[in-house]
Ligand binder design. Sequence first.
Ligand code: PLP
Length: 395
Amino acid sequence: MKPLYFDNNATTRVAPEVVEAMLPYFTEYYGNPSSMHTFGGSVAAHINDARAKLADLLGASPEEIVYTSCGTESDSTAIMAALRSNPDKKHVITSRVEHPAIKNLCEYLGKTGYRVTFVPVDHKGRLDMEYLMRNLTNDTAIASFMWANNETGIIFPIEELAGILSERGVLFHTDAVQAVGKVPIDVQKTRIDMLSLSGHKLHAPKGIGALYVRKGTKFSPFLIGGHQEKGRRGGTENVASIIGLGRASEFVAAHMNDENSRVKALRDKLETQLIQRIPNALVNGDTANRLPNTSSIAFEFVEGESILLMMNEFGICASSGSACTSGSLEPSHVLRAMGVPFTAAHGSIRFSLSRYNTEGEIDLVLEKVPGIVERLRAISPFWQEYQKELASSKA
Ligand code: PLP
C-alpha cells in the first residue's frame, strides 16, 4: 500500500532531483575534499557551489554557513558556542515550546551551573514578549527562539525578536529547522546571529544540517577535530548530502511561493472539512501565524495514539505530536504550555503536508477520519461522560 504521507514535519521524501544530484558523489567524485590532489580538490569546489546555493536561500554569504550532521547538532553548536565564547555570562533564555533539541539541552544546562529562563506562551502559542523583556539581563549569553513550531506550525515574531535582542546586545539564535524552505528568510534584513536548519525537513537527506553564523559572531566549535569548515566543525564532510542540500535549497527557493499556496490550500481544505464533519474537533493555536503545511487538530475525548493506529490501517501517516514524543502517553509539552485541556491535548493529531501531497489524498483522509473518531468515541468513557453532562445541562 502506498502511504498517504502527512508527517512531513517529522521528515520529508528526498526529492528525485536531489537524489540525482547526489549519486555521482558516491560513485565518481568520492575524493576527500581535504586532500591535496586535484581529485579531492574538485570535490571541495562542488561543496563550495552547494554552500553558495544554501547561503542564497537564507540571504547569507557562503562563508557564514557551517555544515553539521543535523538540526540537533546545529542547535547544540549554537548554544555551546555562545556559552564558551562568553564564559562570564551564565544565563540562557528560550521558550517553553522548543523542540527537545533545545529544550533538553537547556534543561541540562540548568542542572550544570547555568540559569535558564523558559518564556511562556499564551493559549494560542504566542510568545509572552513582556516576560521575555523583563527577563533579559546583562548576564544573558544567548536567546534561542524557534522560528516555527514543529507541532503546531506557529511562527514566532522573529523580526521583532531580532530587533529587541540586538538592541539589548544579546546574541540571538533561532531554530529554523521547520521554517527553512517554508517561509522566506533573509538574514540580511533580520538581525539573527545564528540559525539552525536540517536537510531532511526540506527534501534533502537525513544526516545533514547547517548552522548559519553571522560574520563577526564569536564562535567556538562543538565538534573539535580537523580543520574542516574553517576550523568551526571537525569531521570529514558528508559530501553527497551537502550536494543534496544545495540542490534542495535551489529548488525550494525557486518554487516556494507556488508550492506554499498550493500546500496551504490543501491544508486548509483538510482542516476546515475535518472540523465541519467531526463534532468537538478544534485547531490548536494561532491560525493566523502558521506554517502553510501544518495543522494540529484536537479531537476531544479520544486518544491520539488510537486515531494514529486506525489511520495507519488505511496507510494514512500522521503524528500525535513531535516524532520524538509519540510513543509516550504524556501529552506534548507544547500543548501543555499552551494550556490545551487534557481531554483535547491527548486527542491531538498533527497533519503536516508537502509538495507531494495531492487533493485525492486529502479526500481519502476526509472520508476515513470522521468514522475513526466516531468509532473511538463510542468506546470512550470520557466522551460518554461528556454526553451525559451535555444532556443534563440541556434538561
Ligand atoms: N528543531 C526542530 C524545530 C525540529 O522540528 C527538529 C526535528 O524534528 C529538530 C530541531 C531536530 O532536527 P534533526 O532531526 O535534524 O536533528
